[in-house]
Design a binder for this molecule. Structure first.
Ligand code: GTP
Ligand code: MG
Length: 245
């Protein structure tokens, strides 16, 4: 009788061990899948609003998320909020334009970028063209954006009579980026550093946005209206968001 019971106990022990191993494996698998799910949710779903200070990023952010006018002040920290487009959630991140803050917040969010919106004040554009081009050049040269992240150059404040249209802005900006590239290359040659990393566009050709690996679109908008609560013209921004979602 005893002889027959012994193997039964051993078999029970093995079954228990297998059960424990299976449970541990299931827990590890669940943890790994959960980590991947969280990663998938946070990576690549942010749309970064960038640009010089006063371009209108925060007002645009408020228009998109709350559909209303808000009084804005120079941002000292980022604003984030989610919008749902065709059952997918996009996180809008409004990054301060202040010189001392812009790169800190851009670096914080760039790895989760799904798209980059570069907001321009179309009224002061010509006066600030060097700064507009410098910041844009730096953002487009970043390896996080060069992973084929779509870019929208949004020419804001079109409600103002002195505002430049997006076609003019594109032409002037291409010329300025071309000059800037030349200066940067000369500086690099003088310091003997490798120019490969910072060269935007095609070698031997004038700078054109169409030469970049990332898709770059231009659009116009106005986030402001005399009657603060009436709707404003952000249709082209909305259309672009539908395209990248
Ligand atoms: N006329 C007009 N004014 C606008 C428009 N968009 C924004 N503004 C105004 O421009 C000013 C600056 O707007 P913000 O949204 O605060 O600018 P910002 O880009 O967030 O600036 P920072 O936070 O400093 O980076 C505010 O007084 C806005 O009301 C627009 O489309 N038309
Ligand atoms: Mg702001």
């Amino acid at each position: 009788m005893e002889k027959r019971v012994e193997p039964l106990i051993e078999a029970n022990g093995n079954t228990q061990l297998m059960g424990i191993l299976a449970a541990v494996f299931a827990i590890i698998l669940t943890l790994v899948l959960f980590a991947l799910w969280r990663r998938g949710k946070s990576v690549g779903r942010s749309v970064l609003f960038t640009g010089l200070t006063d371009a209108g990023k925060t007002l645009l952010f408020a228009r998109l998320l709350q559909s209303k006018y808000v009084k804005t002040y120079t941002s000292i920290k980022e604003n984030t909020g989610d919008i749902i487009i065709e059952n997918s959630s996009l996180r809008i991140v409004d990054i301060p334009g202040h010189e001392r803050l812009r790169y800190k917040f851009f670096d914080k969010y760039k790895s989760s970028a799904r798209g980059l919106v570069y907001v321009i004040d179309s009224v002061t554009f010509q006066k600030d063209i060097r700064d507009v081009a410098e910041l844009l050049y730096t953002l487009l040269s970043d390896s996080a954006i060069q992973r084929n992240i779509p870019v929208l150059i949004l020419c804001n404040k079109q409600d103002q009579t002195m505002a430049k249209g997006s076609t003019v802005i594109k032409t002037l900006l291409e010329k300025e980026m071309n000059l800037l590239r030349l200066t940067k290359n000369n500086q690099l040659e003088a310091t003997d550093a490798s120019s490969a990393n910072s060269f935007l566009g095609k070698q031997g050709k004038d700078f054109e946005f169409s030469h970049l690996t990332s898709r770059v679109d231009f659009a116009e908008c106005s986030a402001f209206c005399k009657d603060p609560d009436s709707s404003v013209d952000i249709n082209q921004l909305n259309k672009w968001l539908y395209e990248i979602v």
